[in-house]
Ligand binder design. Sequence first.
Ligand code: G6P
Length: 311
Amino acid sequence: MSNRPIILGIVGDSAAGKTTLTRGIAQVVGPENVTVICTDDYHRYDRTQRKALGVTALHPDANYLDVMQQHLTLLRTGQPILKPIYSHHTGTFEPPEYVKPNRFVIVEGLLGYSTRGARDCYDVRVYLAPPESLRTQWKVKRDTMKRSYSEEDVLAALRQREPDSEAFIRPQRKWADVVVTFYPPDNEETNSSNLNVRLVLRPTIPHPDFTEILDQNDRYPLSAVRLGLDRDMGKPVDVLEIDSHATLEQVNSLEMMLCNEFPHLKDFCSVGNQELGKLTGTTGEILQSYPLAITQLLIAYHMIKATKMVQ
Ligand code: G6P
């Protein structure tokens, strides 16, 4: 079918950065072109019911994954859905909303790749895998500031959810085309703007031509931008690493590699880079980093490439 919506998945554990990255990508391709779906809306039980049953929101049985899959299938063919709404504020459900897909649909959530049928709906699959210590820090910050929990509540919830994270969330990493890991540099205090990024590029989709970086790496092995080969979940992958102290020149040259194929992607990547990678995080902080900027651009590249492939 021509011109159907392009579906991007952003999956990862609670507070892995899904909403922030989703917002950044929407900024690159134009928010007016994007419909965002959060799969938390497919929780089967409200907060009180979950507590009474002793189940966590991370368990597949605590979600209507069948309905989620039906909805993804409809969105992929350009059809509207009547989407449930889970309120993080009250922990209960609100009346459903009518959602019509735009040109791009970003589906973010905990269990997006857990069934075969759902996995088949995406054009591009991203998995967010920050180190657990950083995720804990983000979760405490978000849930105390935005969801009115105490720090002890959040730490207890993390402990309670760990078995389900291990059993159901983390294994989904293997289905991703791109695994994104923001991580703090060694021996440095973490703040949102000094994170490095490690991008695992699986050969399940064709990635941009980064071979130029390999030549540079031969000359400057300690460069802030590195490309290498590795294994991830047992499979060979390319790994692109960008340190937070990468120079503007290095970032511009990465942008060129991404934009060469799709000149109109260039419109988005304001070379000079004041706005790209500048984002307001979930808790209101301003983030600005080159690793974030290139990550957003790489994912936007894949979305635009997918558009070309369905035309
Ligand atoms: C985690 C997830 C949320 C999910 C929530 C449900 O925090 O990140 O996305 O909806 O669990 O739990 P709650 O705190 O709303 O009872």
